[in-house]
Design a binder for this molecule. Structure first.
Ligand SMILES: *[C@@H]1O[C@H](CO)[C@@H](O)[C@H](O)[C@H]1NC(C)=O
Ligand SMILES: *[C@@H]1O[C@H](CO)[C@@H](O)[C@H](O)[C@H]1NC(C)=O
Length: 278
């Protein structure tokens, strides 16, 4: 796979390739993470297409996951004073010392923000077993988040009560076009909930989809794109219902696939509260 990012340095390019190296195309579409350009047309990296720039306080729970060079590679969501939830695929192969959680960016990931060092990366133990399943991870930061008007936690939806067509909003710094670079400003786009069975039919029936996934679709030209992995999908009550996983990126009319937070609720709770068997 060649790296076609023009703007980013080759070092960053390499890192991005590392991030996306676990899969090649066919129907399978992986992580929102990764490179832009034709070769990665089926991977979400981190951009919302067809959306609009978010208000500064729209998503105070959104964080930017950055490498040691300060480059954004995935979104994440503050769900607790010391924990962020994201996609496990965002963190595959990364050491905790090479990941920073960045908050208070006033929605521009390139601006100064607070950096939090990582204490522990906790991917779901069945991540990628089978392939593309359980793509969820928690990051424990070394210190507690300092909350302010642009840094807050979000409540995770504990139960599944979505109805077909329900409006859900996703946020991300991903590209705004398939070949585009990451946006500096956080963008948001409205999607609507697609029940799993219908979603599966849209994808022609794929074993890649299971009950831990949540599908949401935008109008053609709107949806997740490169760089939106790990970012939040929020319902109208302001609860976190999904984090970005995979799909046919950049608004081609296929549903975007998220990890379904209600499905992983007890895993999240027991991991954070220390009741898990280790
Ligand atoms: C979320 O933040 C509020 C303060 O804004 C705090 O009282 C609450 O304990 C936090 N929730 C979690 C799960 O950390
Ligand atoms: C989607 O369809 C495939 C093929 O029929 C099946 O293996 C898979 O279990 C289905 N997924 C869900 C979540 O129903």
């Amino acid at each position: 796979m060649s790296c076609r990012i023009r703007v980013l340095s080759s070092v960053v390019c390499l890192l991005l390739l590392l991030l996306v190296s676990f899969t090649q195309a066919e129907l399978r579409r992986r992580a929102f993470t990764g490179a832009s350009g034709a070769t990665a047309a089926n991977k979400f990296s981190s951009r919302v297409v067809g959306g609009e720039v978010s208000d500064v306080k729209a998503a105070p729970y959104q964080v930017s996951l950055q490498n040691s060079y300060g480059n954004h590679f995935c979104g994440g969501v503050i769900i607790h004073d010391q924990y962020v939830v994201t996609a496990a695929s965002c963190l595959a192969g990364l050491r905790k010392n090479n990941v920073k959680v960045v908050t208070t960016t006033y929605n521009d990931w390139g601006l100064d923000g607070w950096e939090y060092a990582v204490e522990e990366i906790i991917p779901h133990c069945n991540f990628d077993q089978p392939l593309y399943h359980n793509d969820i991870a928690l990051i424990k930061t070394k210190t507690l988040f300092a909350y302010d008007e642009v840094t807050q936690n979000i409540t995770v939806a504990p139960l599944e009560d979505l109805v077909e067509g329900e409006k859900l909003t996703m946020y991300g710094w991903g590209s705004t076009s398939a070949a585009g670079d990451f946006e500096w400003e956080l963008r948001q786009v409205d999607l609507s909930y697609v029940p799993t069975e219908k979603c599966n039919a849209t994808y022609g029936g794929t074993a890649d989809l299971d009950l831990g996934h949540l599908c949401a679709v935008g109008r053609v030209g709107a949806g997740a794109c490169h760089g939106d992995a790990g970012g939040p999908l929020v319902d109208s009550q302001g609860r976190l219902v999904g984090v970005g996983n995979w799909g046919v990126p950049c608004g081609h009319g296929f549903p975007d696939i998220f990890a379904r937070l209600s499905f992983y609720y007890s895993w999240i709770q027991s991991t954070i509260n220390g009741c898990s068997i280790s």
